[in-house]
Design a protein around this ligand. Structure first.
Ligand code: SAH
Length: 496
């Protein structure tokens, strides 16, 4: 049968796609259906037909999948944040682990990859330390905070996002009532007018420090003193612990309030200019090696590493899982205290600083100069002296170090272990070549995209390395994202 738009059919869903959509098959065609889950039998309406696949919408759930759960959040279906909140958390983890395994087999060419069990969250709610809420006026004439619906700029009002800390709802409420009281208009994208664009909130989970940054389409915010007073009054004396994630009773307190000036007609949330209203421009958080996930060399108890985070800094959004992820990365690096480690795509140096007490020397390379400034400052703050950082493209700097052509890098020692943590597009082939030439004993690949991970693992395996094992870590519950750590060992010949 040739399917066409508006056809209706019954479809058994048997798989789940990379964006969380249900996948079913009928008469040689593959159907992608948003909001459907494996195990569902549905009535589907065809919306778009291609040669071998088609899109359809869920008209009716004839038989519900046993893995279907009622989403906790009332706007789970409309808000763009959670794609699979209607799937039980246990099955979400199964799906993520399977996705990694299948990519390693299909793209990576590894027959039956050894995988340690996926690391899930103890509590998959309130795990984000950062949320940025667009502020807009809606048709009801009122100003709301919320999130944009998937691939649109239409605001879905959200009073309380269940992924962030409870305190976020208090902050947004406080900002909205301030705006009402002082008649401060929210940003209007179409007219490029109005003032308040976004409210960014960040919490230090280990310190309880809260940062609020108001992004404005203006040079200043009228009555900003009143906003500071209001936020202080609302959040200053917060004493109820709400830290379900790590079971600690944390008192959340406002530590930093700033304005960010963004007058561009652009989707980029933050501009470059910051105006400080309260505090010193940063909050502090701590990350600590987790002995449950790290089995190697360690002198004494693991010490926490402190990070100063500014509104513009990149920082992992799920610190509880990040500690586990980095602990696994250090575990897979097999450190004994004598190794030279290169941490490529190092961001603000979180992995480098984490690994520094377990290794002889760590070198971090990262493209964003501000992130390297943060990395250096955080190294000083923690009294870490065996970590050095360089700004630049990993794929350009690594070959320069190999060739010895640039005196800037003449002191850099060759790595025993290379850790890479690239963005979704994976590593540049020039970098993979440089790693092969450097021929470290081990490569630890930390990845946020299983497909490019598998592609790069294949390349390394064709050039002197062997895949040993992988472990997936869930950093983003209710989304389809998954992080993975892979260990590769050198089976080739080391250079002289
Ligand atoms: N390891 C860090 C950051 C990982 S995110 C952490 O865990 O926090 C990936 C990082 O790679 C980002 O900081 C990004 O700025 C950086 N990056 C992107 N392309 C790069 C390149 N070609 N060379 C070096 N760094 C790059």
């Amino acid at each position: 049968m040739n399917f066409k738009k508006n056809d209706i059919l019954n479809l058994k869903i048997d798989d789940i796609g990379v964006n969380g959509e249900g996948i079913g098959h009928a008469e040689g065609m593959t159907f992608f259906v948003k909001d459907a889950l494996p195990g569902d039998l549905i009535r589907a309406g065809v919306t778009k037909v291609k040669k071998t696949y088609a899109y359809a919408r869920l008209i009716e759930l004839i038989e519900e999948s046993p893995d279907r759960v009622k989403p906790k959040c009332p706007v789970a279906k409309t808000c763009g944040g959670c794609q699979i909140q209607h799937l039980s958390y246990e099955k979400q983890l199964e799906f993520k682990e399977r996705r990694v395994r299948e990519n390693l087999i299909r793209i990576g060419g590894i027959d039956s990859p050894t995988m340690e069990p996926i690391v899930g969250m103890d509590d998959p709610w309130h795990f984000r330390n950062k949320e940025q809420f667009p502020i807009r006026k809606l048709k009801d004439g009122r100003i709301h905070a919320g999130f944009f619906a998937s691939r649109t700029h239409s605001l879905v009002p959200v009073d309380e996002c269940l992924l962030g800390k409870e305190i976020n709802a208090k902050v947004t409420k406080c900002v909205l009532s301030f705006m009402d009281e002082h008649s401060i208009p929210p940003y209007d994208e179409r007219e490029h007018s109005g003032v308040v664009r976004h409210v960014l909130i960040r919490c230090g989970f280990s310190t309880g420090e809260v940062m609020v940054c108001i992004v404005i389409n203006a040079d200043m915010l009228p009555h900003s003193d009143a906003l500071v007073e209001r936020l202080e009054c609302c959040l200053g004396g917060e004493s109820k612990g709400d830290d379900a994630c790590n079971g600690e009773n944390i008192e959340y307190k406002i530590k930093d309030i700033s304005l960010n000036i963004n007058k561009e007609k652009s989707n980029v949330i933050l501009g470059r200019k910051q105006i400080q209203l309260y505090g010193e421009g940063y909050i502090t958080d701590e990350l600590k090696l987790q002995p449950e996930y790290y089995h190697g060399h360690m002198e004494g108890e693991p010490e926490a590493v402190s990070f100063q985070i500014s509104p513009l800094s990149f920082y992992q959004v799920n610190p509880i899982q990040t500690q586990k992820l980095y602990s696994i990365a250090c575990d897979y690096a097999n450190l004994t205290g004598n190794e030279v480690v290169w941490d490529l795509y190092c961001g603000i140096g979180t992995i480098s600083l984490f690994a520094s007490s377990l290794a002889k020397e760590v070198y971090g390379i990262e493209i964003i100069p501000e992130a390297i400034e943060d990395a250096k400052r955080n190294a000083r703050l923690n009294g870490i002296e065996n970590a050095e950082f360089f700004v630049g493209k990993a794929e350009e700097i690594a070959p320069l170090i190999v060739s010895g052509d640039n005196s800037l890098y003449s002191g850099v020692e060759r790595p025993d272990v290379v850790i890479v943590d690239p963005p979704r597009k994976g590593c540049d082939e020039k970098l993979l070549d440089a790693i092969c030439t450097l021929s470290p004993d081990r490569v630890v690949y930390v990845s946020c995209d299983p497909a490019t991970l598998a592609r790069d693992v294949k390349y390394l395996c064709e050039h002197g390395f062997e895949f040993v094992k992988a472990r997936a870590v869930d950093q983003f519950g209710h989304s389809t994202h998954v992080e993975t750590v892979v260990q590769l060992v050198n089976i080739g010949v080391k250079p002289d």
